[in-house]
Design a protein around this ligand. Structure first.
Ligand code: PGA
Length: 240
């Protein structure tokens, strides 16, 4: 596990974007695992800037980590909409190569199976992650067991209140999501986790400065061979 600390999220975003560039330029059919949330916004901004200057996504496949259950893709708070707004509408990735779990699917179990099949056919070269204040990755919430495959999850109280900032009120935050499981994440060839700000300092210290525990799902990344943790001074402040 490599830990890189930057002065600002924007500088960190440049570095993370350069890792994506390397994958795009070195693979015939690069598969990018992508994340949503406030943390990744500066990073996507840099990718868009690089795309304007010729960075080519036309051969890339993208797989998003998760989506809220019950939100249609055009719902402004859906992760489909977030990805379109922040990244997909600004780069030349082929629409048919973009994959986001369908939280609006009538049969969610079948949707989880469909998504696992897509992951199986497209082994992930680089997985981008944020981290929840409770240590979740994707929406794999702290628990005494963790699920390996794509599944429907009941969101934890912390996650609902933390994500309420994107909605009009906390009551509008969906209570469930579909998420990739930990096996899909850990099977990625390279993992890049980003976390910024004081509110992430404590969980970063626990996840990467302590033991591997299922009630801190991000700590599992300690077991992965090629993980880069990208922090700013604030999120790194409690790490030994
Ligand atoms: P955030 O979310 O980037 O909005 O803090 C990260 C996450 O929950 O994984």
């Amino acid at each position: 596990m490599n830990i890189r600390v930057f002065d600002t999220p924007s500088e960190a975003g440049v570095y993370a974007a350069s890792l994506i560039e390397r994958v795009l330029q070195s693979q015939e059919k690069p598969v990018l695992g992508l994340a949503t949330g406030g943390t990744v916004i500066p990073f996507y901004r840099w990718l868009v800037e690089m795309a304007k200057r010729g960075l080519d996504f036309s051969h890339a496949v993208t797989l998003n980590l998760d989506e809220y259950v019950g939100l249609a893709p055009d719902h402004p708070q859906s992760y489909h909409a977030f990805m379109d707004q922040q990244l997909f509408s600004h780069i030349n990735v082929a629409r048919e190569n973009i994959h986001v779990p369908r939280g609006f699917a009538p049969d969610l179990e079948a949707e989880c199976d469909r998504y696992d099949e897509i992951i199986r056919r497209n082994p992930i070269d680089l997985q981008v992650l944020g981290i929840g204040v409770n240590g979740h990755i994707g929406f794999n919430e702290p628990n005494h067991t963790l699920l390996s495959h794509t599944h429907v999850v009941n969101l934890s109280k912390e996650t609902i209140s933390s994500n309420a900032r994107f909605f009009e009120s906390e009551s509008e935050v969906p209570r469930q999501a579909i998420t990739m499981g930990v096996q899909a994440i850990l099977s990625a060839k390279q993992i890049v986790l980003m976390a910024f700000g004081d509110e992430k300092a404590e969980i970063i210290a626990k996840a990467f400065g302590g033991e591997v525990r299922t009630d801190i799902p991000a700590s599992m990344l300690q077991l992965h061979r090629d993980t880069i943790i990208i922090l700013d001074q604030r999120s790194a402040s409690k790490l030994e």
